[in-house]
Design a protein around this ligand. Structure first.
Ligand SMILES: O=C(O)CCC(=O)C(=O)O
Length: 261
């Protein structure tokens, strides 16, 4: 796996399905969010999802097993604290999203809207998938923002991506029961060979398309990795009524400008 070309341009996003905005989140905000997350882990402030709940490779088999209460995601991040709202509605991010989506960005409170907490010892592996597989919108045109609060590398389970897969069509047979890529199929194996690990530093933001295949390994280091993640759609790309994607209202980023200043 090589390091990707991380230069940011809208053309690079259209081609690769991801880009990294380098160093856009101020150090003070990174520190504040990190502290809020750490305070929310011990004691745990719910709602949270546990490693044992997802059943991914490497996860404890149940909540009563050793490591079974390891949190995997702190849910409903946007409503938790002003610092998350500052992160999710960061003006630089808002302006880049507006360019990439081609219109006013809205934050979905139904998807991601969480802090991924990858703990040493009990974190699990996430297999190759497209986020859109369980989401229901008018069009599959959403972008997620993955915020690095510290360095993210393959050793602590950084995200891996397969460039260009957001524009490809996949027959149902290439995916397993849970809509993960079947790595044993030669076509899929060839695609996975092209994967890149996205190395991030504190303050970087990875933007990736909801159809981009991505995966992540376990955290093999001795420090927890904390990564807030939010998802955005254009104001005219709406969740389908009655689906999980419509369970909570989306937030217009423009409505949040200046709110915390
Ligand atoms: O294991 C990870 O950090 C990746 C999580 C992920 O890709 C997802 O939740 O969609």
């Amino acid at each position: 796996m090589e390091s990707p070309n991380l230069e940011y341009t809208p053309a690079a996003f259209a081609r690769q399905g991801f880009v990294v905005l380098r160093g856009v989140i101020e150090t003070a905000l990174v520190r504040t969010v990190t502290q809020v997350v750490k305070d929310s882990l011990n004691p745990l402030v719910g709602p949270a999802e546990y490693e044992a709940d997802v059943g991914y490779p490497g996860a404890p088999a149940s909540r009563s097993d050793v490591g079974g209460t390891t949190p995997r995601r702190l849910l409903h991040a946007f409503a938790r604290d002003d610092s998350f709202r500052q992160l999710a509605c960061h003006p630089r991010l808002a302006s880049e999203l507006e360019k990439l989506l081609g219109g006013l960005p809205m934050l979905s409170q139904c998807h991601h809207n969480c802090v991924m907490t990858k703990h040493p010892g009990f974190s699990s592996e996430t297999l190759w998938h497209q986020d859109i597989r369980y989401w229901s919108f008018d069009r599959p045109e959403l972008i997620s923002a993955w915020f690095a609060l510290d360095r993210e590398t393959p050793e602590n389970g950084a995200l891996q991506v397969i460039p260009g897969t957001h524009t490809m069509d996949f027959d149902r047979g290439r995916l397993d029961r849970d809509l993960f890529l079947r790595p044993e199929l030669p076509d899929n194996a060839a695609l996975i060979q092209q994967a890149q690990s996205v190395v991030l530093n504190a303050g970087d933001v990875l933007l990736f398309h909801c159809r981009l295949f991505h995966a992540a390994g376990r955290n093999t280091l001795n420090q927890v990795k904390l990564s807030p993640v939010f998802t955005y759609h254009r104001e005219d790309n709406l969740p389908i009524p009655g689906t999980r994607s419509a369970a909570f209202p989306s937030i217009a980023l423009a409505s949040q400008v200046g709110r915390d200043s």
